[in-house]
Each structure stands twice: as C-alpha cells, then as structure tokens.
Design a protein around this ligand. Structure first.
Ligand code: F6P
Length: 366
C-alpha cells in the first residue's frame, strides 16, 4: 500500500487545516496510508512520534479551525544537508515516498531542494552504512507536491495562496474598526500590515476600505517625493470634508532607493502637517481565526488535487505545485514556480522594477 505524508511549514495560514483534512481524506479514499508530519520540517528531521498515521476521523471538524493543528516551524536544520539526510532516512524507514507540503515560497523551495537532493541523499545513507541498497531500491525518487499556504499571496504561477483572502478579510474588518474611531476624533491612522516583501495584502486592503494612501514594495515611491505627495493627498481629502486619514503600509514598503518606509516615517509626515495621528500594527491577528469560505474551498479542492497528482504521477515527472489560475485548479511545475518567484524577488532587490513587473505580467499572460 502506498504511503504518503502531509505537512504544514513556515508561517501558519488560515485554510491549512482544511488542506490537511482534504489530503488525509482524499488519500484514504484513494487507498493510501496517510501520515501527518507534525511541527513542519522539524518533525521531518526529528522523525519518530512526530510522524503519525492519520485516520478519517482524526481530521473531523478541521474545516472551521484556524492555524495549523499539526504544527509548523521555521526549521534551520532542514536548510543544512545533514538535516535533509536525516529527513530522507526517516521517510524511508517509514516507507513514505510522497510528500505534500503546504507552505509559502521558502517552504516550497526547501521541498524542491529535498526532492532534487533525494538520489544523492539515499546514496549517502548507503555509503554511511545506515541503509542497505535493498532498502533504498524501492525509493529511487521522492514525489513532492506543493500546496501554497501563506497569507502573503507571494507565490508565482498561482493567482492566490491558501489563507490570503482570510487574512485580507481580517485586515479589512480591523481597518473598518479603526476608521470608526479615526472618524470620531478626526484622526489620521497608519495601519501596518503583513506580507513580507509582497504588497498584495496592503494593496487589496487599501482598495477594499477606501484608504487615502497605500505603500507597497512593488511600486516604490521616489525617496525625496513621497512625503510631499502624501501630504498633498491627505490635505486634498481633508479639504473635501473627510474627517479621517487612513494610510496602509505594507511591512516590506520601500522607496525607490530601497530604503524601508516605516510606519514611523509615515506618521512623522502626517503629524508634521498637524494631524493627530496614531499607528496600528495589526500583527498576528492577520494570521489567526478561521478561514473564509473561499480559502476552505480552495484548500479542499487543492488538497484533493494533490492526492490525484500523486496517484497519477509517472516516474520521472517533475514535482507539481497545485495552484489556481482563472478559477481553475491547476498543476504547475514546482521548480518553475519557485524559479519565477525568486526571479521576481531578485529583480526587486536589484531595483529593476520594470523587470520584476515584466516577469509578473508574463506569468499572468500565459
Ligand atoms: O509569511 C507570513 C508572515 O506572516 C509574513 O507576512 C510576516 O512577515 C511573517 O510571516 C511573520 O513571521 P513570524 O510569525 O515568524 O513573526
């Protein structure tokens, strides 16, 4: 009987529990033994009791639960070859040769490295005398399937990541609350939102709440001009009778010379124009709580698709990442998704914003 495992990795995201539930149940339905690896890559490296077989009823009620019930971690050991060697050993002794990883771009990059290292890892385990050639023979390759779970929505080749819309919903709810008090006192608020180097949450929250100004890393304003422009916009809106000023700042916001634009910088500009201003850093409430219906459905469809991919995959097929494009669940090569995501990040780091945008546009026009 084929044995598959599912794990969550990196920052938790609403929808991870529905994703695990779907993999467990679709896997059992397909006739597999399904294991959950607890605590992300730490559990994969640690092995033992952290790799547990799951029964149908073990995931009952998980659709509505926030966070990830099988735990997650940002694991340093797995980034080293020694950690991956131990992880390879743990999977082979359990007889597992297919792994579904639900995580963000860092976690999926790690999964892809593990997959490409696999033949050399198994060979090393034999040369170290930890496993025999007979023991590794049934496991010539590791099947990895990526599910993108992250609130940041920062992965290429998928329109949205599991958790992004839940986080967006939470942010909008919080900004609505803030707007009410801002309106009462005629105040200005700087709201800092998560997203790492991606501005999707900030941009969408700004659109959905009617913010006065939004700072995102993908459209860095000119270092010496943004403060004056912000002042002008805030002033214009006040002149029109608006009693509040709301500025959304992505945590990764930068200017065109790559200097971070912080909430403090923005507040200083607003206070400087005489507005009574406050900063609200939303923090981890953005990741908590149960998933919105869209993320529950997306996670369920994608979790099932991950199992179908494992069931159908011919030896030698590149590992897929399950995405959604134009409302269709799709498989894209994991290596390609990781490569495009990293190229966009590198182009932004190199301040080549045109190249970064061209890469994204190419991705969306495919
Ligand atoms: O990747 C998800 C995320 O929430 C980012 O938006 C944020 O930068 C980071 O994780 C926070 O990480 P931590 O929970 O480790 O503080």
């Amino acid at each position: 009987k084929k044995k598959i495992a599912v794990m969550t990795s990196g920052g938790d995201a609403p929808g991870m529990n529905p994703a695990v539930r779907a993999v467990v149940r679709a896997g059992i339905y397909a006739g597999f033994d399904v294991f959950a690896i607890y605590e992300g890559y730490e559990g994969l490296v640690g092995g033992g009791a952290q790799i547990k077989q799951m029964a149908w009823a073990d995931v009952r009620g998980w659709l509505s639960l926030g966070g990830t019930l099988i735990g997650t971690a940002r694991c340093a050991a797995f980034r080293e070859r020694a950690g991956r060697l131990q992880a390879c050993y743990n999977l082979i002794v359990q007889g597992i040769d297919a792994l579904v990883v639900c995580g963000g771009d860092g976690s999926l990059t790690g999964a892809d490295t593990f997959r490409s290292d696999w033949p050399s890892l198994t060979a090393e385990l034999v040369s170290l005398g930890r496993l025999t050639p007979e023991q590794i023979a049934p496991y010539p390759e590791l099947t990895v399937v990526g599910l993108v779970g992250s609130i940041d929505n920062d992965m290429a080749t998928t329109d949205t990541t599991i958790g992004a819309y839940s986080s967006l919903e939470r942010i909008c709810e919080m900004v609505d609350y803030i707007d009410a008090t801002a309106n009462s006192h005629s105040r200005a608020f700087v709201v800092e939102v998560m997203g790492r180097h991606c501005g999707w949450l900030a941009l969408m929250a700004g659109l959905a709440t009617g913010a006065d100004y939004i700072f995102i890393p993908e459209r860095p304003p000119k270092k010496d001009e943004w403060a004056a422009e912000l002042r002008a916009v805030a002033h214009r809106h006040r002149e029109k009778g608006k009693r509040r000023t709301t500025v959304i700042v992505a945590e990764g916001a930068i200017d065109d010379e790559l200097n971070p634009i912080t909430s403090d910088d923005v507040q200083a500009v607003l206070s400087g124009m005489g507005l009574d201003s406050r900063i609200t850093t939303l923090g981890h409430v953005q990741r908590g709580g149960s998933a919105v219906a869209y993320d529950r459905a997306l996670a369920t469809l994608q979790g099932c698709e991950a199992v179908y991919a494992i069931a159908e995959m011919e030896p030698g097929t590149p590992s897929p990442m399950i995405g959604v494009q134009g409302n269709k669940i799709v498989r894209t090569p994991l290596v390609e998704a990781v490569r495009v995501t990293q190229s966009v990040a590198k182009a932004i780091e190199a301040r080549d914003f045109d190249a970064a945008m061209a890469l994204r546009d190419a991705e969306f026009s495919d």
